[in-house]
Design a binder for this molecule. Structure first.
Ligand SMILES: Nc1ncnc2c1ncn2[C@@H]1O[C@H](COP(=O)(O)OP(=O)(O)O)[C@@H](O)[C@H]1O
Ligand SMILES: [Mg+2]
Length: 240
């Protein structure tokens, strides 16, 4: 069958998150200049590239945190860049999870309260949210640390708490921006082992921004961002 005859719904099947020709500048600084990317449902995609190339900006656009100046962002076939901020914020809360470089735990809350936060924001009652949160402590080798504040955790422990928080609401997509960037390589590998195992187990699609090849090696596929554009390295399984 020629590609021209494939209906759009079929052609885009499996593509969960997409950027099409996205550009975004911060004042005079162009961060993205026509970036296009498809993330397939269930895959772990590594977004590599040098510092300042536009990786974080692309991730923020894909996740509906930033609206591009031009181009389209689609989630499950639907444009999200045109949504109002309130709708994008509901989408992020209900369908997406996030892990950033420096955990960004709320210092006033205990570790288990931090993990429970996305469930509480999703309207789940406190007892249930805390029960869901605690289940992650054993799974991520954090037993006994439930009551600690972020200042009482090591970097690797804090990042595993952040990972639990990113996954606790069973998001469809986990957006991870340099999740091991503040960790030594051994600790980083442990975090990546746990991240990829949990994501595969619950079928979560992962967009993993990293500049470390060792971290990207955990992904199914990788793309490179350079000067605000995306270069695809390995074949897209949907197109192959
Ligand atoms: N909030 C911002 N304000 C101004 N410039 C920004 C901002 N965020 C990113 N930039 C600029 O946009 C470009 C891409 O940045 P970024 O997406 O953070 O790259 P990366 O994540 O690959 O290091 C860089 O030149 C950076 O300085
Ligand atoms: Mg970045």
């Amino acid at each position: 069958m020629s590609a021209v005859n494939v209906p759009d719904t079929l052609a885009s099947r499996g593509r969960l998150v997409e950027a099409r020709d996205v550009s975004l500048s911060f004042g005079q600084t162009p961060a993205l200049r026509g970036a296009s990317l498809s993330v397939n449902a269930g895959e772990i995609l590594a977004v590599m590239g040098p510092s300042g190339s536009g990786k974080s900006t692309l991730l923020h656009c894909l996740a509906g945190i930033l609206a591009p100046d031009s181009g389209e962002i689609r989630f499950a076939g639907r444009r999200i860049d045109m949504l109002r901020e309130q709708e994008r914020s509901a989408l992020r809360r209900d369908r997406f999870g996030f892990v950033f470089q420096f955990g960004q735990l709320v210092p006033e809350l205990s570790a288990e309260e931090n993990v429970a936060l996305p469930r509480l924001l999703g309207g789940v009652r406190r007892a249930e949210a805390l029960r869901d949160a605690r289940a992650w402590f054993e799974r991520l080798e954090l037993d006994g640390l439930e009551q600690r504040r972020s200042g009482e955790l090591s970097g690797g422990q804090a990042q595993r708490v952040a990972l639990a928080r990113g996954l606790v609401a069973r998001p469809e997509v986990l957006f991870a921006d340099e999740p091991t960037g503040s960790l030594d390589s051994l600790t980083g590998e442990r975090v990546m082992d746990l991240l990829t195992a949990a994501a595969r187990e619950q079928g979560t699609t992962v967009v993993l921004v990293t500049h470390e090849p060792r971290v990207a090696a955990y992904a199914d596929r990788e793309v490179i961002v350079r000067d605000g554009k995306v270069t695809t390295l390995s074949a897209d399984p949907v197109l192959a």
